[in-house]
Design a protein around this ligand. Structure first.
Ligand SMILES: Nc1ncnc2c1ncn2[C@@H]1O[C@H](COP(=O)(O)OP(=O)(O)OP(=O)(O)O)[C@@H](O)[C@H]1O
Length: 493
């Protein structure tokens, strides 16, 4: 019976994953056919593949999992996030012309947007520009247009900013593409397309089309939509080989997720080739969540004479986290300790990290047998399935999320107040992975919610890892005796 319920839970998760996968990703373009025009419906027909990069589309296989991973992480974060990531950090601005005044706005009204667009912005629930938008929007909307390279962490409002810039710059009376936006994957392009559709809801004269794999157009046709969003390979073909787009008429070129883009073979060259077809006065905008040297080199090739905006990431800290460790001898004992903790304190939602998929699967099964509602994130799941699992967890359908680090890397599930390291995070060489430890349990000072972290220690080696983590952060991790109910109760107070 217990095993049945676990099997049933997995079935349910998978079914939910499938339905959400098709709802959220595959059918996206059809949702708003009126805005997206007939061509996007074609795009849907060919969307049976899952999260594939263009390199794969062309038959080349990307050998490095990490590359796929970046795009998947970015998509997951978009799917599960429902609001802006706030930050108290100041933006750093480097202007092309340091003598020209630097404008920044505190309200959307100050931008003198078209009323239809202002309606769209408010319709999305945006009251005021985000930190990066305050400076980026006036720059992007200035006359003559200015080029921009902007870097800030995921969720700080970059997409909304360039979508607003594109919608502001198009002339709806001209029935040809005026704004091109390239994204690293099919799914990410659809997500951005969704923002364009939402923000342009009251501006139906502006039309959007998806330049994505399989969206087959008739030879010789000319696109009438003003905005084209897609992946670099297809966009390049549409501009060059098929001439569906006249690149000389393009006013705005956006390159989104540059850091993800350069991780995929071929995308860099394709993007540069598109850029070269565009007129000299075309506005070039490039966005990235990170800014390592390779991204910077690429950015400079794509965006001549740029203004540069950078927003530092909010530091995570362990200051508001109570940290404990539990001594055990084996995984069964660790599981028992976990049960004792659950028996003593009320845990609204917890995330449990395991080192391997196998342990994660085993633990999820055991917890489920104990009657817990468990979600399992496993490496073999498609990105849509992972998104569905996280979405269900976020919605409170499951109270425990068991995962390996690889699966959950880069995912922020803010509301989780209890994090359990069933296995301590270590790097490839078996040394403590302090960065991952901080990311798993740390909080940005701003949110500052109190949290609880419990580390399971099952060997001399893991005790050594724990000690080194303690030393690194200079924060004491207290011992917890999970056989003593009173003691456990105290940690929750
Ligand atoms: N000014 C604003 N006020 C309130 N919410 C906003 C504002 N701008 C954007 N948002 C919302 O914040 C979330 C993150 O915004 P957005 O997707 O534009 O960020 P991003 O930096 O592009 O992130 P990513 O790099 O993951 O694409 C979205 O849910 C978006 O609707």
């Amino acid at each position: 019976m217990a095993t049945d319920s676990w099997a049933q839970a997995v079935d349910e998760q998978e079914a939910a994953a499938e339905s959400i996968g098709s709802l959220q990703i595959k059918d996206k373009p059809e949702e708003n056919v009126s805005f997206a025009a007939g061509t996007t419906a074609n795009a849907t027909d060919s969307s049976s593949g899952a999260a594939k990069t263009e390199a794969e589309e062309g038959g080349k296989s990307t050998d490095d999992d990490d590359k796929e991973d970046k795009a998947a992480q970015s998509l997951l974060n978009k799917l599960i996030r429902n609001n802006l990531v706030n930050t108290t950090n100041q933006v750093e601005v480097l202007q092309k012309d340091p003598n020209s005044p630097l404008y920044s706005v505190k309200s959307f009204e100050e931008l003198r947007l078209k009323p239809q667009l202002l309606q769209g912005v408010y319709g999305l629930g945006f009251n005021r520009p985000s930190k990066i938008q305050e400076t980026a929007l006036p720059m992007m909307l200035a006359e003559p247009p200015q080029n921009l390279i902007a870097q800030s962490q995921s969720g700080t409002g970059k997409t909304a900013a360039f979508v607003l810039a594109m919608l502001s710059h198009v002339d709806p009376n001209n029935k040809y593409p005026q704004c091109l936006c390239v994204s690293p994957t099919y799914e990410l392009a659809l997500q951005t397309g969704k923002v364009i559709e939402q923000m342009g809801k009251h501006y139906p004269e502006v039309q959007l089309v998806y330049a994505i794999r399989g969206n087959k157009l008739q030879r010789g046709m000319k696109l009438q939509e003003q905005i084209v969003i897609g992946t670099p390979g297809t966009m390049l073909d549409w501009c060059g080989k098929f001439k569906f787009i006249d690149p000389k008429k393009v006013k705005v070129f956006v390159l989104d997720e540059a850091d993800v883009m350069i991780a995929t073979q071929g995308h860099q060259d394709q993007s540069i080739r598109i850029q070269r077809m565009l007129p000299k006065n075309c506005q070039m905008l490039l966005f990235s969540a990170t800014f390592e040297e390779s991204v910077w080199n690429f950015a400079q090739r794509i965006v001549p004479d740029p203004n540069i905006i950078k927003l530092k990431r909010e530091e995570e800290t362990l200051d508001t986290i109570k940290q404990y460790y539990v001594l055990c001898n084996c995984k069964e004992e660790k599981f028992q300790a976990l049960c004792n903790i659950y028996g003593a304190i009320t845990i609204a939602q917890a995330m449990i990290f395991c080192h391997t998929r196998k342990t994660a699967g085993w633990l999820a099964g055991e917890l489920s047998r104990e009657g817990h509602q468990v979600a399992l994130l496993s490496g073999e799941m498609q990105v849509e399935q992972r998104a569905a699992v996280i979405e269900r967890f976020r919605g409170g359908k499951e109270k425990v999320l068991v995962t390996t680090n690889v699966c959950a890397r880069g995912i922020d599930v803010e509301q989780v107040s209890v994090v359990i390291n069933f296995d301590l995070p270590v790097d490839k060489d078996g040394n403590p992975d302090n960065e991952t430890y901080l990311h798993r349990i740390g909080r940005t000072g701003r949110f500052g919610k109190r949290g609880l972290a419990i580390n399971m220690v099952d060997s001399k080696m893991s005790m050594n890892i724990l000690n080194r983590i303690q030393e690194h952060f200079n924060k004491k991790i207290e011992k917890l005796d999970t056989d003593d109910l009173d003691e456990i109760e105290k940690i929750a107070s």
